[in-house]
Design a protein around this ligand. Structure first.
Ligand SMILES: [Zn+2]
Length: 420
């Protein structure tokens, strides 16, 4: 029987489609996700290679899988390839195809998780298996982690594992989601590496008032009215622009025309300049250079004829590198150098640029534990930055098969470059 072992792209496509079809949707409830289905699939796939596999299940069905190729030198640096197995919910009304059908159309695999991040979870497994089959004997250990619950703060996934099973998952170097899409420049494509991650600080503001009969609202202390003013002020608040190191290195690495480059580096003008950019870019530029405050949920009031005495406002605050909650990794590291060498071979004329992840990933738990963690991958020109950004948690998520092949080769070659 013909196998697909010599065609990693086809193999990655098959595995990704199965992961999508398993529909491990994490809506934040502890009983959702049920990543055990994707762990079974990945475990079956890896088992044949005679690898050591461990499963961890802190809550029923919330399973994570660890596979390991032990290094020959316990002092040599280790590498963790980490992919999450859960996906966020969908509203199928916004999709042109079945979000869990995993259809292939014109070389693209469609479905929830195709970009965030079952593509990388699948290709990391393929690379891991290929290395094991080839008798890979690194000096430093190579670890693969298919992790649950990334989409709900990592409570039953990366956070739990780092706190409770550190020896099983810790590595000196960590690669996980985001980054690696090609941004064209006159000097060749630039590949962003997520070296920093904004801090996620979810907070609640409770607004109090005095209850009374709503038929007599004159001179009452109405918590809904006060809350409206709180939300208005949050929205008006202008935190200062911060041109931090990673932003500066990114802008300087992008080979922008001097005028555009300078505008992106002026802390007194950037806010106004960002307004003139296309919407998607404008939001990214602003978020990379400002702490942001987004009021997102509001609950209050009990009955139409009662003046409300309490309203809760939830605010999603994202802090910048250098502020509390955020995490960063340096870029003068052997992992950065490996990524530069390998991606330079795979994408002609490319160079890496550091970038700030404005959302949250599991990298933060590992950085806090002492790892150097980057968000990276390697994607073809068919996946533009704009598409990539809008498909995260968005409609019509899809990944081209060429990118699956590139990612597989990237993980495999980086492991060889860094660990041997
Ligand atoms: Zn993700």
């Amino acid at each position: 029987m013909a196998t697909r072992a010599d065609d990693p792209t086809a193999e990655a496509t098959d595995l990704l489609r199965d992961l999508i079809r398993n529909k491990c949707v994490n809506d934040g409830r502890v009983e959702s996700g049920q990543e055990t289905r994707n762990v079974d699939l990945l475990g079956n796939y890896l088992e044949g290679a005679g690898l050591d596999l461990e499963r961890y299940e802190p809550q029923p069905g919330r399973t994570s899988l660890v596979a390991r190729i032990e290094g020959s030198d316990p002092h040599a640096p280790s590498l963790l390839l980490m992919g999450h197995t859960d996906v966020v919910p969908v509203n199928p009304d916004g999709w042109s195809r079945d979000p869990f059908g995993a259809e292939i159309v014109d070389g693209f695999v469609w479905g929830r998780g195709a970009v965030d991040m079952l593509n990388e979870t699948a290709t990391m497994a393929i690379a891991f298996r290929r290395l094991a089959d080839s008798g890979f004997t690194p000096r430093g250990s190579l670890i693969y982690l298919a992790v649950a619950d990334e989409e709900a703060l990592g409570t039953w996934g990366a956070k739990w594992l780092v706190e409770n099973e550190r020896d099983a998952v810790y590595a000196d170097y960590v690669l996980t989601e985001s980054g690696g899409f090609q941004i064209p420049t006159p000097e060749g494509p630039r590949l962003p590496v997520m070296a920093d991650e904004k801090g996620t600080y979810w907070s609640k503001v409770s607004v109090h008032g005095t209850p009374g009969h709503a038929s007599q609202p004159f001179r009452t202390d109405n918590a809904v009215v006060t809350a409206a003013e709180v939300v208005r002020r949050l929205n008006e608040y202008r935190p200062p622009t911060q041109i931090h190191d990673t932003w500066r290195r990114f802008v300087e690495g992008m080979q922008y025309p001097p005028e555009f480059r300078d505008a992106l580096l002026k802390d007194d003008e950037l806010r106004e300049f960002a307004r003139t950019l296309p919407l998607g870019l404008s939001r990214v530029v602003y978020s990379c250079t400002h702490t942001t405050f987004a009021p997102t949920v509001i609950h209050g009031g009990t009955k139409t004829n009662v003046i409300p005495d309490k309203v809760d406002i939830q605010v999603d605050i994202r802090t910048l590198p250098g502020e509390s909650e955020s995490t960063s990794s340096p870029i003068d590291t052997p992992l950065w150098d490996s990524l530069t060498r390998v991606s330079g071979r795979l994408v002609d004329g490319s160079a890496l640029v550091p970038f700030v992840m404005v959302g949250g990933t599991d990298n933060r738990f590992f950085r806090r534990a002492g790892s150097v963690g980057y968000g990276f991958g390697l994607f073809s020109e068919r996946l533009s930055f704009e598409d990539y950004a809008t498909m995260f948690h968005g409609n019509d998520e899809r990944i081209d098969q060429e990118s699956l092949g590139l990612c597989t080769t990237l993980w495999e070659e980086v492991a060889k470059d860094l660990l041997v």
